[in-house]
Design a protein around this ligand. Sequence first.
Ligand code: IMP
Length: 208
Amino acid sequence: MKIVLATRNKHKVEEIKQILEIYLDPNLYSQLEILDISNFPWVPEIEEDGKTFAENALKKARVIHELTGLCSIADDSGIEVDFLNGEPGIYSARYAGERATDYENNEKLLRLLDGVPIEKRTATFRCVLAYVDGRVEKIFEGATKGKVIFEPRGMGGFGYDPLFVPDGYELTYAEMPKDLKNRISHRSKALQKFAEFLRAHLEYKNKF
Ligand code: IMP
């Protein structure tokens, strides 16, 4: 079974593959051929003009399914900071501007939280996955709560990872071994639900 990940973000592709390997049994995982947009270089940029993670994820998955004819999964994700009334949220990738780097986005977030004490720096990382195969459309969500610290720490991961310490841990996402982030993250929780769905969906399909 071929599945196209509707993203150009290499970090997301890598994490999604590693997480699916955790939640799918080896036999099922080996039946999947996981592709991404880099396998379809002619696919144009998809504008993320939705008002929610779910709208954006569904749009990306639908477009990629229509263009490739294959099953598609899209991940729309970001960090919601309580002190900033949920910002940057769906604008996480472009918080400091259209083509902003992770460094610039992190800088902006730290600037807006300047002087805010740790107990008020609560945040939620959210991931919404959309699956579209032409007959079925499904949404899976995952969220992980934590805090935005005062300075970046750690070299792993991507995006806001160096600033986010999940509740119950001392390390930022960027300081954790990959395997730990992949077991507790917002993306992991959404993909765990997707993996359950896929298992049941394939069992059903194999019966007929
Ligand atoms: P999207 O491609 O529009 O879904 O943007 C996702 C953005 O949210 C990324 O560019 C990151 O800034 C942020 N983000 C999402 N998931 C993560 C994560 O696991 N770690 C760090 N940042 C993330």
